[in-house]
Structures are given as C-alpha cells and as structure tokens.
Design a protein around this ligand. Sequence first.
Ligand code: SF4
Length: 143
Amino acid sequence: MRCSRALDIMKGIAALVQQVETGRPEVANEYPRSVQPEGNPKAQELMRQVFEICDPDWRGIGVVPDSGLRLREEFARYDVIERLDIELIAVPDNPACHCGEVLRGVMRPQECGAFGKACTPERPLGPCMVSSEGSCAAVYKYE
Ligand code: SF4
C-alpha cells in the first residue's frame, strides 16, 4: 500500500511537470484506481439529501451565486447557528486588504501595500494571512 501511494504522488508530480512544460494547465485525475470520472454516486446522493445549494457571501470576494451548500430545512436542528441561537455580526473587510484580488489571482500578495508591514501572520489584517494555508501567509513564509 505504501508503495502505491508513493507511485500516486510521483504520477501526480509527473503530470504537473508535463502541464508546466506544455503550458496547458488542467484539472486531471491521477488517482483513477480510486477516483472514477462519475465520482462517488452514493456520497453525492447523501450530499443532495442533506444539503442544498445557496449563494454564500465569501469573505473578500462577495456573493457568488450557487457556490455554497447549506443544510436543508429538515436538518436545521443540526445547524449550530440555529441550535445555539447565534447572531452573526457583519464585519466589513479592511479597506487596506486585497484578499479578494489575491484569491481571484489578479494580484500577488506582495503587491498588497500592507503585506509584511501592517499585515503579518502575527498581526493579520485579512483572512489570507490568518491561517498557514492562506495565500498571503504561505507567500510570507516561503518566498
Ligand atoms: S497581505 Fe494582508 S492585507 Fe494584504 S491582501 Fe494579504 S491578508 Fe489582506
């Protein structure tokens, strides 16, 4: 099993290198012995039963139609916001933060005037700098 995982990783890396060399980026399945093109029908059916598509307001990006999932009405009793009667407070984005542009790929983190100055992982201004996998935090750490 360990050997097949290493081969899967090597196959994925080879596919990425090939995409870079040919200049043709694409989403590819390099794990076909487990991941089928049609996905997992049983899991998809369960997802359809429990969730419905909604229009969430993504921080830094705004409302993207049909981009999110929420619990269906019959499962609302499991929604922690309903269950604990939590009132969500709208917090406006910091005007100095350009996470939306960073996340859309139209701006690199270093192009944000706050990057590494007013905004660091220790004192983040925006969500992209908060967690280690955030775009700005990753660039701050590795570049
Ligand atoms: S560096 Fe900070 S302020 Fe600038 S886009 Fe990233 S998270 Fe936002």
